[in-house]
Design a protein. Structure first.
Length: 417
């Protein structure tokens, strides 16, 4: 039995891991699509009931029933429509599981009526590879019938001599998604969870005159564990550079790297002129992470001798953003939150207003230094600068990332030609 909705919307999901399953949950809650086709690329369990159990339970977010309906007592009806075709119905929406093709070019999305695919495998991230690459490629989805493909991770171009193709771009919903061009962009990256949260933290600062001139920037994400870390200590793979990723996430706080600052430049081009540094510290929790953003701004003083940029000024920027342009995507809180308080919160970032703080000082430049740089000066100069430390929570699995990627998918789908 095939899902035959020739004039309706069918979403394709490639990969059924953490992000793939939560993408299904997100779409079931939105009920935007008339049908969903998931490609697992392999056999799952011993029977179709095993797949249903996996799709309707989660160790982090609980059961699908509670996820959709809370503690109302309502349940999500699940029916088996065709065992042979692995076709089920969840909450009235047909869901078909494909289990044979690993390579995107062999999936045959055209047969399933899929125009948009979200690739959640984390494997196919190089948009420069041809559709027929022997190890698979994002372009394989387009060759097999899809019109657009969204990768649920940042692009990774292996050959550094190659540039990002013109038909590929990175978008974060609520920040730069309106620059999407349906005639041009066919391969899209939804960036990462950290980049999504960071972009929403930085956008209102860039959009505010007083904080738009950033001198220095750095961030650390205190990040929940992910599936690419080891449960127990394991030997490193050949050529592995980050030996700490192989240490047990159960027992350690693990410093590591993040590409969030580099990806941010693609989303907010103004950041390119700032020397942005970024790193990550992995901690043994299942979800919800915290960005600590450090920025230095050029500043001025009021007539009363107070610095313009201070704690209240920064918080007011975020209050306005939360009530205006970034409503529902950026939230502002002055509660004393801990990570579990924000689990499932459907926002890209939740600003921790109570902990934000600033300090204003001076950069002293001597007249001799200015002379050496060709600047005429009769006396030393003291330039006022303000350092700000801003905190933002984000549910790195569902609330921040999957929710924002789902909004991006809906936006792209509505603009299919």
């Amino acid at each position: 039995m095939e899902i035959k909705f020739q004039s309706k919307r069918i979403l394709g999901i490639n990969g059924i891991g953490r992000i793939g399953k939560l993408t299904l949950w997100n779409q079931l809650s939105q009920k935007y699509y008339d049908g969903i086709v998931i490609n697992s690329g392999r056999e799952l369990g011993k029977r179709i009931e095993d797949i249903i159990q996996y799709l309707t339970t989660d160790s982090t977010y609980g059961t699908l029933d509670k996820f959709l309906f809370g503690y109302t007592g309502k349940s999500c009806d699940v029916k088996i429509l065709d065992k042979a075709e692995c076709l089920i119905e969840i909450c009235g929406i047909p869901v078909k599981i494909l289990k044979t093709a690993r390579n995107p070019i062999e999936i045959n999305w055209a047969k399933e009526g899929v125009r948009l695919v979200i690739d959640c495998t984390g494997v196919f991230l190089d948009p420069t590879l041809p559709a027929d690459h022997p190890k698979g490629s994002l372009r394989g989805h387009l060759e097999s019938g899809a019109e657009k493909v969204i990768a649920s991770a940042p692009f990774k171009i292996k050959d550094t001599s190659r540039k990002l193709p013109d038909d590929s771009a990175t978008f974060v919903y609520g920040v730069n998604h309106s620059t999407y061009n349906p005639l041009k962009h066919h391969i899209i990256s939804a960036a990462s969870c950290t980049t999504t949260g960071l972009a929403h933290m930085v956008k209102p600062l860039i959009d505010t005159k007083e904080t738009s001139e950033i001198i220095t920037a750095s961030m650390t994400t205190v990040h929940a564990s992910t599936n690419n870390q080891s449960i127990l200590d394991a030997p490193p793979k050949a050529g592995s550079k980050d030996l700490r990723r192989n240490r047990s996430i159960f027992n350690n706080i693990i410093p590591t790297s993040t590409g969030a600052a580099i990806a941010l430049e693609e989303i907010i081009p103004e950041i390119k002129k700032v020397g942005f540094m970024a790193d990550s510290i992995r901690v043994p929790t299942s979800t919800v992470s915290l960005i600590s953003l450090n920025l230095t701004f050029k500043t001025e003083y009021t007539e009363n001798g107070e610095p313009i940029i201070n704690h209240n000024f920064i918080n007011d920027i975020y209050r306005k953003a939360a009530a205006g342009a970034q409503k529902d995507l950026l939230m502002f809180s002055e509660n004393q939150n801990v990570s579990t308080d924000l689990m499932g919160c459907p926002a890209a970032i939740i600003i921790e207003g109570l902990e934000n703080h600033t300090r204003t000082g001076y950069i002293s430049i001597s007249s001799d230094t200015m002379h050496r740089h060709g600047i005429e000066a009769n006396q030393d100069m003291n330039l006022p600068v303000t350092h700000a430390k801003i905190f933002g929570w984000y549910d790195n699995e569902f609330g921040c990332y999957v929710n924002c990627m789902g909004k991006l998918a809906k936006y792209i789908d509505k603009n299919l030609i």
